[in-house]
Design a binder for this molecule. Structure first.
Ligand SMILES: CC(C)(COP(=O)(O)OP(=O)(O)OC[C@H]1O[C@@H](n2cnc3c(N)ncnc32)[C@H](O)[C@@H]1OP(=O)(O)O)[C@@H](O)C(=O)NCCC(=O)NCCS
Length: 222
């Protein structure tokens, strides 16, 4: 899989350090005025519409620090994942090895050379008959949310799932996470059910919402 370069035009938070340009917080405020990422389109109090160049590509070992930082923020501060302890770099390196590009890809969304988010497909369950079912994970760094990055990553993961020969994609969404539910609905996932009080984190019970997308177009060969 090669990288996909795209532009998204979204409302993005203004870099508060900069009064001259409309660059998103990731960007250098000293960008030239004609740079696409700093082109001012609309101004209001706190948000500006900007064109942001984003690349989605397979994750590399040099991305693992950033992937871990984004994930561990969700581990330590949110109920979006049932993981409770921060993932170590050793575990993260093993994770990348477990994600061969053609079958269970790990992708990153890169903006301005920075990893803004990542997504992956993983084996859903180990019993053999589950082999055409995969589970997706998507995590976007806080400052890059609501800019279309999660949506772009999920679109690429769905493409990759079809190419890999997966028939069914599952999303297990913790704590009725509205952003994740909306993201998956937008890409054709439907509600498959709810598991009540299956997790315990931050002193309370957590539900899992299960969503599913079946790729009808895929012909299973065996
Ligand atoms: C959930 C998450 C991946 C969404 O990524 P994102 O880049 O912010 O999402 P997008 O900007 O592509 O938005 C996709 C859709 O979801 C909606 N959405 C995103 N966040 C939302 C929120 N907090 N509440 C309601 N809707 C939300 C967007 O409006 C958009 O729908 P629309 O096109 O109909 O307007 C991101 O918020 C995140 O990383 N959260 C923490 C980790 C997490 O929960 N991961 C999912 C684990 S299952």
């Amino acid at each position: 899989m090669t990288g996909y370069g795209v532009q998204v035009s979204q409302m993005a938070p203004r870099c508060r350090a900069c009064t001259l340009c409309a660059c998103p917080p990731s960007s250098c405020c000293a960008r030239p005025a004609n740079d696409v990422a700093s082109r001012r389109l609309i101004a209001d109090n706190d948000a500006l519409e900007v064109n942001i160049e984003m690349l989605v590509r397979p994750a590399a070992s040099s991305d693992l620090d950033a992937i871990n930082e984004i994930y561990n923020d969700a581990v330590l501060h949110t109920a979006a994942t049932f993981q409770i302890a921060a993932v170590t770099m050793e575990e993260r390196r093993a994770w990348l090895k477990d994600h061969p590009e053609k079958l269970y890809p790990a992708l990153v969304a890169e903006i301005d050379g920075m990893v803004a988010g990542w997504g992956s497909l993983s084996r859903y369950a180990t019993r053999c008959a589950y082999k055409h079912t995969a589970e997706d994970s998507i995590y976007v760094a806080r400052r890059f949310r609501r800019m279309g990055i999660g949506s772009l990553l999920l679109a690429r993961l769905i493409d990759a799932a079809v190419t890999a020969g997966h028939h069914s994609l599952i999303a297990q969404i913790a704590d009725n996470n509205p952003g994740s539910i909306r993201l998956h609905e937008k890409h054709g996932f439907v509600m498959a059910g709810q598991l009540r009080e299956v997790g315990w984190k931050f002193g309370r019970w957590l539900d899992i919402t299960v969503m599913q997308k079946t790729m009808e177009e895929l012909k299973i060969k065996n």
